[in-house]
Design a protein around this ligand. Structure first.
Ligand SMILES: NC(=O)c1ccc[n+]([C@@H]2O[C@H](COP(=O)([O-])OP(=O)(O)OC[C@H]3O[C@@H](n4cnc5c(N)ncnc54)[C@H](O)[C@@H]3O)[C@@H](O)[C@H]2O)c1
Length: 266
């Protein structure tokens, strides 16, 4: 069902790799709500994933950008400004990757070059997106920016390894930029901390299925789906949440407030 929540709004969606991606669902829902979109993903994802199919489905331009590269981000905003004829009203950061996790390096024995890569791709890319967007006057007054996190930023999930540190940094960047962009332009910056979700990034974590099942049993509402996450994010992009900023908002079926679930005790 569409409520026209994003009618007349323009936004950039990063990270839609395939039909399972959280960003894919956000793009589809934002389009249904009347938004005009520009999609972006890493050049390798354009070759191996399905972003082109989504861009065709939504009639949206697709701009390749490695979000660790300042020049790629600058080009992304130039394309967006040209395409929309002005600044964007919303932005989704939906990007994460840890080469340490991919190579099975335990947290106690990280490869430090790879650790830097994890932080760059998964957190500092958000700083770069906001900083360059601000410099280029590509972020509209009163806009809304959302990035995705996981509760391992606050609590220990051993196999999440250095992604936990990346998410803690990402959440801090959201608070800091939330202050500056709020003061200057009335822009909101929030984090959505999502349940385990079966995507390429999610299932790359060792023991994903066990973590998924555990969280599902622990959460009174069960795990939140990617579709439900997209609904929530669309509301955050809309004018209905115009006083919410600098928050980590848990979209997790209640998991973050639980101590113990009777079902798991048995
Ligand atoms: N899946 C989960 O369980 C879960 C839970 C909480 C939060 N998240 C977060 O949600 C976000 C989206 O992940 P997802 O689960 O939809 O997985 P996904 O694999 O579908 O999306 C990750 C995206 O990051 C992109 N990416 C990686 N490196 C990049 C780079 N250098 N430049 C540009 N893009 C790059 C990939 O191409 C991909 O599209 C991530 O931040 C992830 O950490 C996921």
């Amino acid at each position: 069902m569409s409520y026209g929540l994003l009618k007349g709004k323009k936004g950039i969606i990063t990270g839609a790799l395939d039909e399972n991606s959280i960003a894919w669902h956000v793009a589809v829902r934002a389009h249904e709500e009347g938004a005009q979109l520009l999609l972006t993903n890493a050049p390798v994802a354009l070759r191996l994933g399905r972003p082109k199919a989504l861009a065709e489905q939504l009639n949206a331009p697709l701009v390749p950008a490695d979000l660790t590269q300042v020049s790629d981000i600058a080009n992304l905003y130039d394309e967006a400004l040209r395409h929309f004829g002005g600044p964007i009203d919303f932005l989704l950061h939906s990007v994460g990757m840890s080469p340490n996790v991919r190579k099975g390096k335990p947290y106690t024995d990280l490869d430090y070059d790879l650790f830097q890569k994890t932080l760059d791709v998964s957190a500092i890319s958000f700083h770069k997106l906001l900083s360059i967007g601000r410099q280029k006057a590509a972020l509209a007054r009163g806009g809304s920016i959302v990035a995705l996190s996981y509760i391992a930023a606050q609590r220990v999930f051993p196999k999440y390894s250095d992604m936990s540190d990346a998410k803690a940094l990402l959440e801090s960047i959201a608070r800091m930029f939330g202050y500056f962009l709020g003061k200057e332009l009335g822009i909101r910056v929030n984090i959505v901390s999502q349940s385990p979700t079966p995507t390429t990034a999610g299932t790359g974590i060792e023991g994903f299925q066990s973590m998924y099942d555990y969280a599902n049993k622990m959460s009174p509402l069960g795990n939140a789906s990617a579709e439900a996450c997209a609904d929530f994010i669309v509301v955050l992009f809309s004018d209905l949440t115009r006083a919410v900023t600098m928050q980590t908002l848990y979209h997790d079926g209640g998991f973050s407030a639980m101590g113990v679930a009777e079902e798991l005790l048995k």
